[in-house]
Every structure is written in C-alpha cells, then in structure tokens.
Design a protein around this ligand. Structure first.
Ligand SMILES: Nc1ncnc2c1ncn2[C@@H]1O[C@H](COP(=O)(O)OP(=O)(O)OP(=O)(O)O)[C@@H](O)[C@H]1O
Length: 239
C-alpha cells in the first residue's frame, strides 16, 4: 500500500506537489492522471525517496522508502527506461540490481522470461529498442517480487503485442493482491487497465474515483479527464 499524507514539494517558487493525500490500495490498478507538469513524476520520485518532500510524507507499507531495509522486495518501479548502463547485458544489469537486494540469480532469469527478454538476455542493452528497454525496466521492477509497483508510461514504445502484455500484466499483478500505481496519458489504455483513478492538476488532487464512477457520469474516461482537468492545463496548444 502507498499512502500520501499532505505531500508537498516546491522547487524554488514552483509548487510541483501541493498538499496531496491519497492511497494506492492492494488488489487494484490505480491510474495516476494529470496534464503535463501536474506533478505526477515528482510524486513518484518522492515515493521512491529520490527527492525529499518539503512537507508531508509518502509511505510504502507504512514506512518511508529510505527506511526500507530491502526496498526492491517492497516496491518496484519503472520511471525512466532509458536510465540503464548501455554497455551491460540485460542479464548483468538485472544481476547487479538483484545482488544489491539479496535476490538470487534464478529470479533474474524468471523476470527476463516474464518480460519476454530471455532470448536477448546476454545482449548489450545499448543495442535495445525503446520497447525492449521498457520491457527491461519492467523486469527490474518485478525483480524483488514486491507487493507495491509503480509504472510511469510503461507502454511507451511498445508494439500492440507489448501493449496487451502490459495491460494483462498489470491486471494480473493487482489480482495477486499487489498495489499498482500506473501513470499514463493514454486514456483508452487506462480505461482498459485501471479500476481506480487519481487525477492531479497543478500539484493538487482534482478527483479520486473508480473508472466505473467516472464512465457513468461522463461518456468516457477521456471525457471525464478533460472535464475535470480543464481548469488546470498549463501547456495547452491553441485550438
Ligand atoms: N528538479 C526540478 N527542478 C525544478 N522544477 C522541477 C523539477 N522537477 C519538476 N519540476 C517542476 O515541477 C512541476 C511538476 O513536474 P512533473 O515532472 O512532476 O510533472 P508531470 O505531471 O510528471 O508532467 P508530465 O506529464 O509532463 O510528465 C513542473 O512545473 C516542473 O517544471
């Protein structure tokens, strides 16, 4: 479970996250939506201890990320699939991560298999396509078999087969009782994958509802999103 309590982060005069409170419960895929610059990535970074909140707190299983003894066993995350050493093989990349968290090599092979990368496990990551890097990032997130998982735009660069794989993976991870936080701008995919939605705008909570509630009140999830965020779009193009 992820819990945010009045989470706030400012960078100079920019209030990136503003008094944000919500929970990501086990057994659900919670979609995390908001316009560009709404504070989604900052929130994910704060949950992972990659940045410190100005005030408030983000807890994973009741504790701050930085106080988790073996963090990969509690929470896995895909934030930036490009952040990988290109000179290493996929297997070696995952093995390094595994060793730092007391995870054995058998698990490395399991997640490579699960991510469909077993055939390229010994190839250098530098030669991977964007979709293959996404798959590797997902394999890394799964490495510690964590109960909490966070994914930032996981379908970026994936082909239709990969998109369906991600959708089914997210749903099966939730069905196993894990808490999944999924950030994406792809409304059609979100409607098929998530069952709960949190929408932020200008760092603040705009809406928290089930997909069913939103699609009952509005013609589609996209319509709900556009109506609810109309006042908080900072970078809208001319129409
Ligand atoms: N390290 C930083 N230093 C200064 N400002 C930052 C930093 N990180 C984020 N910001 C600012 O905080 C705000 C929220 O950014 P953030 O990346 O969290 O938004 P987002 O919802 O993830 O956007 P997108 O959908 O475009 O990825 C933006 O105004 C951004 O410019």
């Amino acid at each position: 479970m992820i819990e945010l309590h009045h989470l706030t982060k400012s960078y100079g005069s920019t209030l990136a996250v503003d008094d944000l409170s919500f929970k990501v419960e086990p057994g659900h895929v919670t979609g995390f939506l908001g316009p560009n610059g709404a504070g989604k990535s900052t929130t994910l970074r704060l949950i992972l201890g990659l940045d410190a909140p100005t005030s408030g707190q983000a807890l994973v299983n009741g504790r701050r990320y930085t106080s988790l003894r073996r963090p990969m066993r509690e929470v896995g995350a895909l934030l930036d699939a490009g952040a990988v050493h290109g000179g290493r093989s996929a297997y070696d990349h995952l093995l390094c991560l595994a060793r730092s968290n007391d995870i054995g090599p058998r698990r490395v092979s399991e997640v490579l298999d699960q991510a469909g990368l077993a055939g390229v496990a010994r190839k250098r990551v530098g030669g991977f396509s964007l979709g293959m890097r996404q798959r590797l990032g997902i394999a890394a997130a799964l490495l510690g078999d964590p109960g909490v998982l966070m994914f930032d735009e996981p379908v970026n660069g994936l082909d239709p087969d990969g998109v369906r794989w991600i959708r089914e993976l997210m749903r099966s991870l939730a069905a196993q009782g894990r808490a999944i936080l999924l950030s994406s701008h792809l409304m059609s995919e979100m409607a098929l994958t998530a069952d709960r939605i949190v929408i932020v705008g200008c760092g603040r909570l705009v809406a928290e509802a089930t997909v069913t509630e939103l699609t009952t009140r509005y013609p589609s999830l996209e319509d709900a999103y556009l109506a609810l965020t109309s006042g908080s779009v900072q970078y809208g193009g001319a129409r």
